[in-house]
Ligand binder design. Structure first.
Ligand code: NI
Ligand code: MN
Length: 229
């Protein structure tokens, strides 16, 4: 399976195979780093890690225009149902679902998850995907936690990890996360979108390479990486 991963700035990530086009955390119109707007995205599946506006983003607009299925935790899916969406799939932490194109599982994340209108958004999540043997972990917003070791047990081709600090792991904890997860490759996310999360990803990449040997793919927003299995 060939998988194309495109980072759109912040946590927004496109994951495409010849069977499915997925966008995770489609925060595009409010995301100064994103090279594309919500009208330019063509997907079959939207995965939302938690309810915060910089992750839920343009989910409603994209889902209404494309008819894409939205997969998130039960509380967020219920909220979206109330907004008139019908093509929804609820999961919850530790639960996975096999689709014809691969498997998606929600993992723990230590963070908050309220929705933009203050509605309870359930527990925040990370996403573990297996696309024809290509295994990708998108951490969502989280602190460092030791159970990342378990998430890495099946082997990971790629991990996308927040490095912004302030709201999530900063560079030092994200480096510890790389050690626990032991992925083949890592992409830093959730940095430089706002003043409070300014970081130097190049400096982080050097530290990760030196301390772990893991390859860091420093993508500019809009750039892609191809994974093969
Ligand atoms: Ni958040
Ligand atoms: Mn966030």
């Amino acid at each position: 399976m060939e998988v194309k991963v495109t980072w759109l700035g912040h946590s927004a990530t496109l994951v495409e195979t010849n069977m499915v086009k997925i966008i995770i955390d489609p925060f595009l119109s409010g995301n100064s780093l994103s090279p594309v707007g919500p009208d330019e995205v063509d997907v079959d599946m939207i995965i939302v890690t938690h309810g915060h506006a910089d992750h839920l983003g343009d989910t409603l607009d994209i889902a209404r225009r494309t008819g894409a299925m939205v997969l998130s935790n039960f509380e967020i899916v219920t909220y979206l149902q109330g907004q008139g969406l019908e093509n929804l799939h609820p999961l919850h932490i530790g639960g996975g679902r096999n689709f014809e194109w691969g498997r998606v599982k929600l993992t723990i994340a230590h963070h908050g998850s309220s929705l933009p209108d203050g509605t309870y958004g359930g527990a925040p999540a990370g996403v573990l995907m297996d696309l024809g043997g290509v295994r990708i972990y998108h951490a969502g917003d989280t602190s460092l936690f030791y159970d990342m070791k378990l998430i890495g047990h099946g082997g990971l081709d790629l991990a996308l990890l927040p490095i912004g600090d302030n709201f999530t792991m900063g560079p030092d904890d994200a480096l510890e996360a790389v050690k626990l997860l032991a992925p083949d490759m890592v992409i830093p996310i959730h940095y430089n979108t706002f003043d409070m999360i300014q970081q130097d990803p190049a400096e982080w990449a050097i530290a990760v390479k030196q301390e772990t040997g893991v390859e860091v793919s420093l993508l500019e927003p809009g750039e892609s990486l191809e994974l093969l299995q």
